[in-house]
Design a protein around this ligand. Structure first.
Ligand code: SAM
Length: 370
């Protein structure tokens, strides 16, 4: 290989990575081939999730493998996997081959194809789509590459459109109206999921989310594909619009777009499969502490609630200092159900009605004790 590399250990796997690589931030190739250290958590999650499926055999198609970091981790750390690590770049394939050899893997092969061609010819039980920026130009091919009842994992790093900072681009790419400000990351994730659902429906296929999250600079969703027109219709029935009234903080959803519900459409169903999360273990992961923290947050999130509240949103609305979030969530749990969320350390979910929520917040504020 013509470029310098160094060997790192991530989880239980050794990975040869370019000397010059990203340490954080969204996908941008800065060395000979793309590698981002910060995405080790993203790769940890793939390993934990695939292990938790507890299947004897999983054919994995890594559409855009770059150095093959995710592919070799899966092949090395998840029993029963047979991995195809694909990338369109000849240079990337050299790094993939080096990583397969470094780990002595007989269950991982490299492939130098355009992913559109790969998935028109071969299908897999698990397809991973991890492009630079938006997955939209590749989504349809990735779906074609999913075998019956396969699992599709999609990353999106184009946060500006999805989180509402660049609404025009979101309308164009995702045909959705994004949320700006409070709830923007939940909105971005649910727009991504809505687009996965709509694309699947074109093939008479539906989905059941296994795990969906926001972290660092990206959104990621893993969905279990369900086959048939009924599954597609059930999936589409979980899309909807929302309104946010900044004067009252009222959020309301609707299954039709009207003047009152201009935002979306969003996926309004659950983000995760609780049983699968319960089987996911952080043991041996590259960043065990971070995995434990996120697993706890995901497991406890209320699955039937959409659109989180932010402590500073309530605080500025009520013009009072916020209580401590952990104590406030505990208080809300005495009046209904509430949880912290993985989206932000200042956000929470609850089914306590808004009027009561505001009264409890004002009561719990340190200002009320002055
Ligand atoms: C963000 S990087 C992937 C990172 C990788 N999954 C990881 O975990 O390190 C995107 C990769 O997609 C590849 N790529 C771009 N277009 C492609 C296509 N049409 N088919 C296959 N690979 C493609 C690029 O060469 C690049 O290596």
């Amino acid at each position: 290989m013509s470029h310098e590399g160094s060997i790192i250990t991530e989880g239980g796997t050794r990975i040869l990575v370019p000397q010059l690589h990203s340490t954080h931030g969204p996908g941008k190739k800065i060395g000979p081939v793309f590698f981002n250290e910060q995405m080790s958590f993203n790769r940890d999650v793939s390993v934990m999730l695939l292990r938790a499926l507890e299947r004897d055999r999983i054919r994995v198609g890594d559409a855009m493998a770059a150095t093959g970091s995710r592919s070799v981790r899966i092949a090395n750390e998840v029993p029963g996997t047979e991995v195809v690590a694909n990338d369109i770049s000849a240079e990337a394939v050299e790094w993939i081959d080096a990583n397969i050899e470094l780990n002595g893997l007989s269950n991982c092969t490299s492939s130098k194809r355009d992913m559109h061609i790969l998935f028109s010819e071969s299908s897999f039980d698990y397809v991973d789509l991890d492009p630079f920026g938006s997955p939209m130009p590749f989504l349809q091919s990735a779906i074609r590459g999913c075998a019956r009842k396969g699992i599709l994992a999609v990353t999106a790093t184009d946060m500006a459109p999805l989180a509402g900072a660049h609404a025009v681009k979101c309308r164009r790419r995702y045909q959705c109206e994004p949320i700006r400000g409070y709830m923007c990351h939940e909105g971005g994730l649910r727009i991504l999921m809505c687009n996965v659902a709509r694309e699947l429906a074109k093939f008479d296929r539906g989905m059941r989310p296994l795990l969906s999250f926001f972290a660092d600079h990206y959104y990621r969703t893993y969905v279990q594909i369900e086959e048939g027109a009924n599954a597609a219709d059930r999936t589409l029935a979980q899309l909807g619009y929302m309104e946010y009234d900044m004067d009252t903080l009222e959020r309301s959803t609707s299954d039709v777009r009207d003047e009152k519900h201009p935002l979306g459409p969003f996926w309004l169903g659950p983000l995760h499969d609780r049983a699968l999360l319960d089987r996911m273990s952080p043991e041996g992961m590259a960043d065990e502490r971070r995995c434990v923290k996120y697993l706890n947050l995901w497991r406890n999130e209320l699955e039937d609630q959409v659109f989180v509240y932010d402590m500073s949103e309530l605080s500025s609305h009520l013009k009072t200092s916020p209580p401590r979030i952990a104590e406030f969530v505990e208080l809300l749990n005495q009046h209904g159900r509430a949880s912290l969320t993985h989206f932000s350390p200042t956000e929470f979910m609850t089914d306590v009605p808004l009027g009561e929520l505001k009264a409890l917040f004002a009561e719990a504020s340190p200002d009320s004790k002055l």
